[in-house]
Design a protein around this ligand. Structure first.
Ligand code: ASP
Length: 308
């Protein structure tokens, strides 16, 4: 059993959001969107459901919400397509599923789960992943479902200003969830459109098991957001779990140390972590991260800026 009962933490991307760059109404909109996702996960966990079901239910809400860079509202590639990546992992036995570069799958996290549970593989890509989705009866949509005018403008801005890969909108809108259930099992899920203007089949950290997502009952569950290239090089999610498991560090110390490593290399972003004892922590080196957490003892919070 977890000492504190179930708990859950979510993120909707880290970046340079600041109180003077968002109206009160925008802040309220994002907080309501985060709360709706948190509520979906809470309902699963409060009903005795598993951490795995809770993170999936949470991510589905965030993927369907155009505020975030995942599913509907995903960023565009350089050639004007929404290419989606997702991953999910179960801390009980470290089973995992991930997909990259799909363009017709309404909820990429559901496909990642199907890869985990119904295929002999861990990681599928592009047309092959879509073929598997169709075989599994996963919902397929027209690519227009994902496209929003806001993200199209960001692509045009990137092209017009010849911005660097990590500059557009100055934030990362990937979504993630980590949870520990009443039995002390952890799970993590992450979903993203990646980076605006990505080319050449670029894949970030989000669907890479061990980089943007990891779950191990012996340590913790982690979901990341940020400059994916750095998160892959550091192996962020597994590094945090390894520090907790092998060095006995607590979640905050391990997460802060690994985010500091990302920062030392020049990367920015953040993580959410859930430990089997029921603790959840956030760590990020950006001015803000859309985030929220809740637990069985009544904790419920959503926040955007670092100082909140
Ligand atoms: N980590 C994601 C990527 O590099 C981006 C994000 O967090 O928004 O694809």
């Amino acid at each position: 059993m977890s000492d504190k009962g179930w708990s859950i933490a979510i993120h909707g991307g880290a970046g340079t959001m600041a109180p003077d760059r968002m109206t009160e109404a925008e802040q309220a909109e994002y907080k309501a969107a985060l709360q709706a996702a948190l509520d979906a996960g809470k309902a699963v966990l409060a009903g005795g459901g598993s951490a795995l079901d809770a993170v999936e239910a949470t991510i589905v809400i965030l993927e369907d919400d155009p505020h975030f860079n995942a599913g509907r509202g995903a960023v565009f590639t350089y050639s004007g397509v929404n290419e989606l990546d997702a991953s999910i992992m179960d801390g009980r036995d470290r089973s995992a599923g991930a997909i990259t570069g799909v363009t017709h799958v309404k909820n990429p996290v559901k496909l990642a789960r199907a890869v985990m549970e119904d295929s002999p593989h861990v990681f599928l890509s592009r047309e092959g992943a879509e073929e598997f989705a169709r075989e599994q009866g996963i919902e397929i949509v027209d690519p227009d479902w994902f496209a929003t005018p806001h993200r199209w403008r960001q692509l045009e801005e990137l092209k017009a200003k010849k911005l660097g890969w990590f500059d557009v909108d100055l934030k990362y809108g990937t979504v993630g969830a980590v949870a520990v259930d009443g039995e002390g099992h952890v799970a993590a899920a992450t979903s993203t459109g990646g980076l605006t203007g990505k080319r050449w089949g670029r894949i970030g950290d989000s669907p890479v098991i061990g980089a943007g997502n990891y779950a191990d009952d012996r340590a913790c569950a982690v979901s990341a957001t940020g400059a994916g290239e750095y998160f892959i090089r550091v192996g962020v999610a597994r590094e945090i779990c390894a520090r907790m498991r092998l060095l006995g560090e607590d979640a905050q110390i391990a997460a802060d140390a690994v985010i500091a490593e990302v920062g030392d290399l020049g990367g920015d972003g953040g993580v959410i972590v859930a430990a089997p004892d029921g603790g959840t922590v956030f760590s990020f080196n950006t001015p803000g991260m859309y985030r929220g957490r809740a637990n069985a003892s009544g904790l419920n919070e959503v926040a955007i800026f670092a100082k909140e």
